[in-house]
Write a new protein. Structure first.
Lengths: 156, 799
């Protein structure tokens, strides 16, 4: 299979890899870099379980062609805690406020919230809901996820 | 109410830190050395004869390790009533029939290989309507039963018939009666993590199945049964769960893909993973069982129910999983939701060429409750009684024994109805608003185990090491509900330790003791009681150890202090007080006097006891551990489906306020109040999470969700077309927790996993009626159905 060489910044580190040209960013993150926090929940960009941040914007990594990642900055859930392992306020808030149940949507949900809080440190409930509207969760009814994001915003 | 250290506190889910750091290993993430990837080829027809299968080209594709059809593996029947095989030979009976399977070095190659398998079919006419399929002259979906005996009908030979009291006498006593046809449809569980497993055989053909099941021992038994028929009798089977991305009923049965995965691994001698795509999850995973009810109820002049008569027809699809057993659970609301003396319920399950069904949160209760609560509202109106008042008149109460012989030992139904009335401003709003309305519905559900198997037990092992770490091995599973946190709270409370001390190993048949399964909202109740018993035992052991060691350790400490500090005055301590374990207590890891727990002179850190007590010396070392099996003293249902099969029952009421747009048919939920009798909150945040999540799924059940099936084919196999709710569908849910305590529950708790979903749809339907005077008895209540119903009513009004 034809491969493509890509170099990009992944959670602050310069990385490069030769990957099949047909691969998505999600597959590259999971297979090549063994970062399995982003999940494939649908594979067609509907559920947001694969959400990562590329150059400050959330993307569905499952439909993001890997050649497009050249030279960009990618943040995943694995890069959210600091180097000492201290959790991001969002991660703590999700644990403390039952924003996590099965956890399958959690990585994507937290990354969507991270991007929101970066752009808008004091979001309203509507803004939080809008920011995570591309992230489907079947366990929580979203209530405690919205509360968790709100809590993290207030603590930060 | 007792003052607890950890019970009733919203302890954070810190045990699950891996879920917020991306480190939790789900089946998607599990990769074993040399692992292959399996894919399944499904039927192209709802009903057809397989004339020819040619796998030659698929086998030649580089990277393909094996291609299997039904002709390559033993033709062994599996499933609840053994009505299907793993890979189908000769005839396919539904679109999701598994025709062939491939294992290859990558999922992409496996998928490509599927396209190279040539299957020639001869299409046969299909049966897609259960009522047509019930006709005497209908063609048969199955010509033979599991034993090879000829079948004469598509109606399954199942005994779903319940009768109590005398319906005719009930009719005679009735001042008012109503009769309705109520319809529910297929809905998908929509776990965010799709179905999948990894099968791995060792060189002796012993199997480890990495799985997501709720019932590890049930899965082991089913696979063992299969093994005995394919020449692997006696081979060892270990079922081991990874982190589970949701279940909602999908992981109760052992699905066909699991047997296929086992076959692929067996043939290739390599570990094989099968992981469903979302499309497969919609098309090839059994959804919630649909049911069509004809329900009739009556009441006397005072509004007291006189009888309930209901008949249901269930489209079974082409094969049988747990969906067919939902009528046994429907019997609980049918017989016991509200006090009704005379009850008849019958359900017929019918083979068709549609998709077949399994469990989903609430099992058959949401379907049956939609029927009962639609009828309750109609009967209240017929009797001229406010629907809330009508429900209060007929409410269940503690001390009742229902027609099904359920013993209601605790019941907060009245409190739930009253809470909903108050929060939703029932009296101010009912019947008084233009295009806005309020409605309510209630539920009963098992909440203290459910003896559907001979054992409803849960085994648990606890050991405490010299540092005071409490390691628990449980045969249960967790699918996201937070068992680790809740059970750690129960153990910590009982032992006098902290929840942080407690670690769990779960979901492994090689380590855990028997558990009947994490289903039926039973885990907190049954595993919680087991935890209390085991924690009491280890606590007792530590206290006995303390009685032996505490005086010596304290005395030694005081002497040492006196040696170091000449001015230290040795206090006057009565060491005899410490020599009887009955006098001692453990409080936040400090062993102390029961009678004077705050006295620092009589306190010692439990680690000091454990370090000295456990490692005494050669031949003397001791253990602090306990092994406990708790099986609630309940009854199996008898032949008439009567018996107290749960220790206690959950009650709850949902109230909805809606606004209906007459022009578009859109229903907007303005307020949803879910009041639940939980006995006692162990962890209020987690209880709210269960209620919110279940209520949201209930709203989907009410308004949007439907697997659209046309001539057996799933037409909307993705989230968008399925119309799953998102965070943008802002549904204001308020959870009200009623705590009356249950004498048999762990610290008084009852199960709450499923109840939140159950009354949601009928509450919304009843609110829509209050808003626009149109009663919709078919789920989901889509804008089209609302508009059609409005038009039909206007037509009626004109006439």
């Amino acid at each position: 299979m034809k491969k493509v060489s890509v170099s990009f910044t992944l959670n602050g580190d310069e990385v490069s890899a030769d990957v099949p040209i047909t691969w998505t960013l999600l597959k590259t993150l999971r297979e090549t870099f063994e970062l399995t926090g982003a999940k494939e929940g649908c594979g067609v960009g509907e559920c947001g379980a694969c959400t990562v941040i590329v150059d400050g914007q959330t993307v569905n990594a499952c439909i993001y062609p890997v050649p497009e990642i050249e030279g960009r900055h990618v943040s995943t859930i694995e890069g959210l805690a600091d180097k000492e392992g201290n959790l991001d306020p969002l991660q703590t808030a999700f644990l403390e406020n039952n924003g996590v149940q099965c956890g399958f949507c959690t990585s994507g949900m937290i990354m969507s919230a991270k991007s929101l809080l970066h752009d808008n440190p004091n979001p309203s409930e509507d803004e939080i809901r809008s920011a995570i509207s591309g992230n489907i969760c079947r366990c929580t009814g979203y209530v405690q996820i919205v509360e968790s994001v709100d809590l993290a915003a207030k603590k930060a | 109410m007792a003052e607890y250290q950890y019970i009733g506190k919203s302890i954070p889910r810190t045990h699950e830190i891996d879920k917020v750091t991306g480190r939790a290993i789900y089946i998607d993430d599990l990769k074993l050395p040399g692992m292959l990837y399996g894919k399944i080829l499904y039927s192209s027809y709802a009903h057809a004869r397989i004339k020819r299968i040619d796998t030659t080209r698929a086998k030649q594709l580089p990277g393909v390790r094996v291609v299997l059809t039904g002709y390559d593996i033993p033709d062994v029947r599996v499933g609840f009533i053994k009505d299907q095989t793993v890979l189908k030979r000769d005839v396919v009976r539904q679109f999701r029939d598994e025709v062939a399977a491939v294992a290859a070095t990558s999922p992409e190659i496996a998928r490509e290989a599927l396209d190279l398998i040539e299957v020639e079919y001869e299409e046969l006419p299909g049966l897609f309507d259960p009522f047509e399929a019930m006709q005497a002259d209908a063609p048969l979906v199955h010509e033979l039963d599991a034993r090879g005996r000829p079948l004469r009908t598509n109606i399954l030979p199942l005994p779903w018939k319940f009768s109590a009291g005398d319906i005719e006498e009930g009719r005679r006593q009735s001042a008012f009666t109503v009769k309705d046809r109520v319809t529910t449809t297929w809905v998908n569980q929509c776990c965010m993590g799709t179905s999948g497993c990894v099968a791995d055989f060792d060189a002796n053909n012993n199997l480890t199945l990495y799985n997501q099941t709720n019932v590890i021992f049930g899965a082991k038994q089913r696979i063992g049964d299969y093994f005995s028929k394919i020449g692997l009798k006696g081979k060892k089977i270990r079922v081991k769960n990874v982190v589970v991305g949701g279940s909602f009923g999908t992981k109760l049965d052992t699905d066909i893909y699991e047997f296929i995965c086992i076959q692929l691994a067996l043939k290739t001698k390599k570990p094989v993973k099968i992981l469903f795509t979302r499309e497969e999850e919609f098309k090839a995973l059994p959804p919630r069982q649909p049911a069509i009810f004809n329900i009739e109820q009556g009441c006397d002049k005072e509004g007291r129910l006189t009888f309930r008569h209901a008949e249901a027809v269930l489209d079974n699809g082409a094969y049988t999983s747990w969906g067919v057993t939902t009528p046994s659970v429907m019997m609980t609301p049918m017989s016991s939701l509200y006090r009704v003396p005379n009850v008849f319920f019958k359900a017929e399950c019918v083979y068709t060429n549609n998709i077949y069904c399994q469990a989903m949160r609430g099992y058959g209760t949401p379907q049956a409750t939609f029927a009962v609560e639609t009828s309750m509202d109609r009967l209240a109106e017929a009797a001229g009684i406010d629907p809330a008042e009508f429900r209060i008149i007929n409410r269940n109460e503690a001390g009742d024994i229902t027609p099904m012989k359920l013993k209601i030992t605790s019941c907060g139904l009245l409190e739930c109805i009253e809470a909903v009335k108050e929060k939703i401003q029932w009296d101010e709003k009912k019947g008084l608003q233009k295009d806005r309305g309020v409605g309510m519905a209630s539920l009963i559900h098992v909440a203290g185990g459910a003896r559907v198997y001979k054992s409803d037990g849960h085994g648990i092992r606890i050991k405490v090491d010299e540092e005071g770490s409490v390691d628990v091995i449980s045969g249960g599973t967790d699918q996201g509900q937070g068992s680790f946190t809740v059970l750690a709270q129960i153990i910590a409370e009982t032992m006098g330790f902290t929840p942080d001390d407690v670690s769990f190993t779960i979901g492994d048949t090689a380590l855990g003791l028997w558990d009947a399964g994490t289903h039926a909202s039973r885990h907190t109740f049954v595993a919680g009681n087991a935890c209390i018993l085991a924690a009491e035992k280890v606590r007792r052991q530590i206290l006995e150890m303390s009685a032996e060691l505490m005086p010596r350790i304290i005395q030694y400490g005081l002497k040492r202090k006196a040696r170091m500090d000449k001015e230290f005055q040795v206090p006057d301590i009565d060491f005899n007080l410490m020599t009887d374990p009955e006098n001692l207590d453990i409080n936040n890891r400090i062993v102390c006097l029961k009678s004077d727990p705050d006295n620092p002179l009589y306190q010692i850190d439990v680690t000091q006891i454990l370090r000295q007590g456990l490692h005494v010396g050669t031949g003397e070392s001791k253990t602090v551990m306990a092994e406990v099996f708790y099986d609630p003293p309940t009854q199996m249902l008898d032949r008439e489906f009567k018996g107290n099969y749960s220790m206690t029952y959950a009650f709850g009421t949902t109230g909805a306020e809606v606004e209906v747009d007459r022009a578009t048919g859109q229903v907007k939920i303005l307020n949803l109040v879910a009041a639940h009798d939980v006995g006692q909150s162990i962890n209020p945040a987690l209880i709210r999470g269960q209620i919110y999540g279940a209520a949201y799924t209930g709203v989907g059940y009410a308004l949007t969700e439907e697997i659209k099936v046309q001539k057996g084919k799933v037409m909307n196999p993705n989230f968008r077309d399925y119309q799953i709710l998102t965070a943008r569908d802002r549904i204001p849910v308020e959870a009200v927790v009623v705590e009356k305590g249950d004498e048999d529950g762990p610290y008084g708790a009852k199960g709450i996993g499923e109840p939140g979903l159950v009354p949601t749809a009928p509450a919304i339907a009843n609110a829509i009626y209050d808003a626009i005077g149109v009663r919709i008895k078919e789920l989901p209540i889509t804008p089209e159905r609302v508009l059609d119903a409005i038009k039909a009513k206007e037509g009626d009004d004109v006439c």
